[in-house]
Design a protein around this ligand. Sequence first.
Ligand code: MG
Length: 247
Amino acid sequence: MFQTQILQYLRQHGFQRMDTRTVMFDMDGVLFDSMPNHSRSWNLTMEHFGFHLSESEAYMHEGRTGASTINILSNRERGHDATPEEIEEIYGYKSMLFNACPPAEPMQGANDVIAKVKASGLTPVLVTGSGQRSLLDKINLSYPNVFSPEHLVTAFDVVHGKPDPEPYRMGLKKGGHLHPYQSIIIENAPLGVEAGVAAGVFTIAVNTGPLPDHILLDAGANLLFHSMQELATHWDSLYAALVDTQA
Ligand code: MG
């Protein structure tokens, strides 16, 4: 069922076969239903400072640093970068609104995907642009004994965030100095998919937000599901197809 996409990936990158050892999970919008809080906070913050960023456009910027998102809007609407003071003030306001939101729930179906990944003998690795210590603590509360500390990549581990491939390259390194064909990625954001594809890794988009599917496919996703539950349902045949290419 999934052979076509896997063979196409192998051909594109000039790899002979898959040799899957780890699964790299993005966090916001994959493990936690936290994107509504982020996009609402961005929308209200930008309105407060006289800019315009709809909640659905905020999903397009998921994964960027706050400074970079602010500068994109500042250039679009004022024709120049924001000053460092403005960035600090605007991002501080956004963080304040975000921290006042009710805590995000674990994403429905994520635990089923993780259970299947572990049952397949693969190691889960977390690769997030987040540097929020509270959310990282939350990982261990909601997903106990899933991600070992040496298998976490956060904002503190990289210089360049997504869409740069550095976070996923770091994930390959922390997963055991792996080649790109030795892992797969689960991502919800266009810029996250771009980062995964640029790292040369087979990238599965899970469209848990309001964006049309084609945006994630245009970003280069090798496969697309509409929920973590749907991915869990198809995991066994997907994993069988991955193993098939090792024969
Ligand atoms: Mg995400």
